[in-house]
Design a protein around this ligand. Structure first.
Ligand code: 5GP
Ligand code: MG
Length: 203
């Protein structure tokens, strides 16, 4: 597996530092207003804590989400959805498709502050599909977070709340991202050698 790596774009130390900083930012945004409410007088009911619902987009965000949530000291529910746009050996998007069940999402998210989490933002089609599914459930707010964003016009102009890293417009694997189902367990974010991706190398 290590021999298939072309180069390391982001190493595990930089990932860990950035995940912690993102979690601090998210905690501040989601809890900041509740935390700054005045203490209730004994006759008043205590202020309601925000109802936080996390929607991880599987499978790619699996490792990012599991790291991120351990730095979020917030009461939350987690409702994953499975979306696939790069089936099998594809290295370009075939369009996002819901795979499996969206019955994991509650019928109503009324009053919930939702945070959608994906591994990487490319065209924005995946986030847009999931955001639409959520808006139908009438949440109080929907925020979006990705670990990586590709430096291409469609991705850079897509409205997003939290981004871990901007990366070059290349196909990457590791830290949850796969090629043909493999390489998700690489701790760093890397590119693969062209011959592994079935691309012709220059002669
Ligand atoms: P979008 O819908 O924004 O075009 O693409 C987002 C989805 O495509 C991601 O959730 C991810 O599954 C997949 N994707 C986009 N770029 C890459 C990449 O460079 N590597 C891998 N492994 N998946 C990618
Ligand atoms: Mg994905």
């Amino acid at each position: 597996m290590q021999n298939d790596i072309e180069r390391v774009l982001i190493n595990r130390g930089a990932i860990a530092d950035r995940v912690r900083a993102l979690a601090d930012e998210i905690t501040q945004d989601l809890c900041g207003s509740a935390a700054s409410l005045p203490a209730p007088s004994p006759e008043q009911d205590a202020p309601q804590p925000a109802r936080i619902t996390l929607v991880p987009i599987l499978t790619g965000s699996l490792i990012f989400v599991s790291d991120l949530i351990r730095h979020l000291p917030i009461q939350m529910q987690i409702h994953p959805v499975s979306i696939s746009s790069y089936p099998g050996t594809a290295t370009t998007s075939q369009g996002p498709k819901v795979c499996g069940d969206i019955d994991t999402l509650p019928d109503s998210l009324e009053g919930a502050d939702v945070l959608v989490i994906d591994d990487i933002l490319d065209s924005g089609n995946t986030l847009s599909l999931v955001t639409q599914l959520l808006e139908q459930r009438q949440p109080r707010s929907v925020r979006t977070c990705v670990m990586l964003r590709k430096q291409r016009l469609q991705a850079m102009s897509y409205p997003i709340d939290y981004v871990g890293f901007d990366i070059p417009d290349e196909f990457v694997v590791g830290y949850g991202l796969d090629y043909n189902g493999y390489y998700r367990n690489l701790p760093d974010i890397v590119t693969l050698r062209p011959e592994i991706l079935g691309l012709k190398t220059a002669t």
